[in-house]
Design a protein. Structure first.
Length: 313
C-alpha cells in the first residue's frame, strides 16, 4: 500500500506492507482522511503516536470501506462504509482499527466529508457534553471557530439549544461561521460579549485571562487546543469567585473502552443530525494522497475555513 510517512520532519508518500486485521479488528480501504493539528505536531516530533499505532504514518481520522475482518469481528460486513478516530495510520490506502471504534458513515456524507468528520465532531461532542455538560439555553463561547473542531462545536452547540458566540480571527470567514449558528466576532475584546457558561478553548494560553474574566457563575472552561501557547499565569481568585472549573482533554491516547464509548455517543447523538440536514462538514480543500506534502503546507499556512482532507484514488 501507499502511505504518508514522516521522516526527519518531512512528509513523504512511500510503499508499506499491507496491514492485517487482528482479533476484533477490521481492515479498511481508506477513501478519505482529514488532517488535524495533531498531525502537524507529530510532524515536528511533539506528539508521538500512542503504543499500537504506526509510529511514522500520521492520520487521526479516516473513512472508507471494510475489506477484511479479523477474528471475532462482527459489527460490520465487507463493503460497509465506516469512519473512525484512530491513534495513527489513517493517511494510507489501508488501515486497521478495532471494530468498536468504527462508526457507520451517514448517507448524507460523501467521502471527503466523511473523512473530515470523526476526529473533529467526536472531539467537539466529547468536550461540550461529556466534559462540560453543556445545556440548552446556556451561553457557549468557541475560540478559533474557523477550524474543523470549531465549526463542529458551533453546530453542535446550536443543535443543543445553546446560544453560541465564536471568535474568528480571519474577517473573511466570519459570515460563514455565523451561518453555522453563531455570533461570529473578532478575538479582541471577546470578554465584552460574556458572561459564558461554557468556553471551548482551541487557541491556547493567551486567552486564559480573558476566559476567566468572562466566565459565568459555575462556568466551565475546556481546553483542547494550545497552538498559540501552553503556558499561562492567572489569579486563582478569579476562578474561585465564579466557582468555575477548568478541564483539559485529549482523545488520541484514550484506552479502547473510552474511545468506544465516545463512538457510541456519536452514533446516538450526532450522526442522525447529518441525515437530518442539521450538520455539515465545511471542506476547505481536498488533496490526492500523493500530494500529502502540499496538503500539510496548506494546513500550516492557516487562514482556512473547515477541513483539509486527503483522498485516495
Amino acid at each position: 500500500m501507499q502511505a504518508v510517512t514522516i521522516a526527519d520532519g518531512n512528509i513523504e508518500v512511500t510503499g508499506r506492507p499491507d496491514p492485517e486485521p487482528g482479533k476484533g479488528e477490521i481492515l479498511v480501504s481508506v477513501r478519505a482522511a482529514g488532517l488535524n493539528g495533531a498531525d502537524m505536531m507529530q510532524r515536528k516530533g511533539h506528539y508521538p503516536a500512542p503504543p499500537g499505532s504506526p509510529a511514522d504514518i500520521p492520520g487521526l481520522e479516516l473513512a472508507g470501506e471494510v475489506v477484511g475482518l479479523g477474528d471475532g469481528a462482527a459489527r460490520f460486513e465487507e463493503g460497509d462504509r465506516v469512519m473512525a478516530v484512530v491513534g495513527g495510520g489513517g493517511q494510507a490506502e489501508l488501515a486497521v482499527l478495532h471494530e468498536r471504534t468504527a462508526m457507520p458513515v451517514p448517507d448524507a456524507l460523501d467521502w471527503p466529508a466523511a473523512g473530515g468528520t470523526p476526529e473533529v465532531f467526536t472531539t467537539a461532542h466529547d468536550a461540550l457534553f461529556t466534559q462540560a455538560g453543556l445545556q440548552a439555553g446556556e451561553r457557549l463561547l468557541v475560540h478559533g471557530a474557523a477550524g474543523g473542531v470549531g465549526c463542529a462545536a458551533v453546530q453542535l452547540g446550536r443543535a443543543a439549544g445553546a446560544r453560541v458566540t465564536a471568535t474568528v480571527r480571519n474577517e473573511a470567514h466570519r459570515d460563514a461561521v455565523a451561518s453555522l449558528g453563531a455570533e461570529a466576532i473578532p478575538p479582541e475584546g471577546f470578554e465584552d460579549h460574556g458572561p459564558f457558561d461554557v468556553i471551548l478553548e482551541l487557541v491556547g494560553a493567551p486567552n486564559l485571562d480573558g476566559n476567566l474574566r468572562s466566565l459565568a457563575t459555575l462556568g466551565r472552561i475546556v481546553i483542547i487546543g494550545i497552538g498559540a501557547g501552553g503556558k499561562a499565569e492567572f489569579h486563582l481568585a478569579a476562578l474561585m469567585g465564579t466557582r468555575g472549573s477548568i478541564r483539559g482533554s485529549t482523545l488520541r491516547a484514550r484506552p479502547l473502552e473510552e474511545k468506544a464509548a465516545a463512538a457510541r455517543a456519536m452514533e446516538r447523538h450526532v450522526l442522525p443530525l447529518f441525515d437530518a440536514g442539521a450538520l455539515k462538514v465545511p471542506i476547505a480543500e481536498t488533496f490526492p494522497l500523493e500530494r500529502a506534502a502540499d496538503a500539510y503546507g496548506r494546513f500550516e499556512a492557516g487562514g482556512k475555513l473547515g477541513k483539509i482532507v486527503l483522498v485516495t484514488s
